[in-house]
Design a protein around this ligand. Structure first.
Ligand SMILES: Nc1ncnc2c1ncn2[C@@H]1O[C@H](COP(=O)(O)OP(=O)(O)OP(=O)(O)O)[C@@H](O)[C@H]1O
Ligand SMILES: [Mg+2]
Length: 254
């Protein structure tokens, strides 16, 4: 599903060439839940950006379902990204002029042409916002939301189109333990019920404890890649539920 091959990223700062990622290799299977860990500055966000095709590598490539996304034109990339990936930025990146509900609905509106589908999108957006505890904040604008609330809106937005893959940069980074637990339940539920492949950057031991696998970065290299528990014994077949919403999918609330 996700293949990372010899991935390198260098950046020039002044006269110095800074190597941020130094040859990263790993594969993530369909339905897997992977936690990317490592200290600040180890390259986690850079790696996640490359996985999403938000940035191009200096060398190597990222393949999503067999297609290399690392050197595509912006148009092609947008097409693939729109249907395949949900992304949660470390800095949320909500649209300030849209309400919480409108922010969550945005990917739906950008990717769905039939107006008949809008009702389904609305229902999905509301149930996701409910699952992250924001049903009473639907009409709030980002400036009227706390950091943790914005983070939860960004998370709901990433899942609205039922993408097969969600990449999230510290999705519980700004949450207290109660809200963190709620978000975690949602993530686990989406991983188990909808089969969403999850790659999360995290410092949070509670998140790492639930992942199937932990990949640890240090100074731009993978220093550890460990399988945490063997619950993923059937990576495919069990999770073929990305198309029409079913009764189980409608009830997302943990
Ligand atoms: N545009 C840039 N120009 C120069 N250096 C950069 C740039 N972006 C990132 N870096 C450097 O690359 C390294 C990795 O950054 P990255 O944001 O990937 O770290 P991180 O592991 O996500 O850290 P954190 O846990 O603090 O979010 C850092 O040392 C950072 O200073
Ligand atoms: Mg980061």
């Amino acid at each position: 599903m996700i293949e990372v091959l010899g991935l390198r990223k260098s950046l020039r700062t002044g006269t110095r060439e800074l190597e941020i990622l130094k040859g990263i290799e790993f594969t993530v299977a369909k339905g897997e839940f992977v936690a990317i860990m490592g200290s600040s500055g180890s390259g986690k966000s850079t790696l996640l950006g490359l996985l999403a095709g938000l940035d191009s590598p200096t060398k190597g490539e990222v393949r999503l379902n067999g297609t290399s996304i690392s050197y595509l034109t912006e148009d092609k990339l947008a097409q693939i990204r729109g249907r395949t990936l949900g992304f949660v930025f470390q800095s949320y990146q909500l649209i300030p002029t849209l309400t919480a509900l409108e922010n969550v609905l945005l990917p739906y509106e950008l990717n769905t042409t039939e107006t008949s589908a809008r009702g389904t999108g609305l229902e999905r957006a509301r149930s996701l916002l409910e699952a992250v505890g924001l049903l009473d904040r639907l009409d709030h604008y980002p400036v009227q939301l706390s950091g943790g609330e914005q983070q939860r809106v960004a998370l709901a937005r990433a899942f609205v189109l039922r993408p097969p893959i969600v990449l999230a940069d510290e999705p519980t980074g700004n949450l207290d333990s109660v809200n963190g637990q709620q978000v975690l339940k949602l993530l686990v539920n989406l991983n188990q019920v909808e089969g969403t492949t999850l790659v999360l950057v995290t410092h949070d031991p509670a998140v790492a404890a639930l992942a199937h696998r932990r990949i640890t970065l240090k100074d731009g290299t993978v220093i550890k890649d460990e399988r945490v528990n063997a619950t993923l014994d059937e990576p495919s077949g069990r999770f073929e539920t990305h198309s029409a919403p079913s009764a189980t999918q409608r009830s997302l609330a943990p």
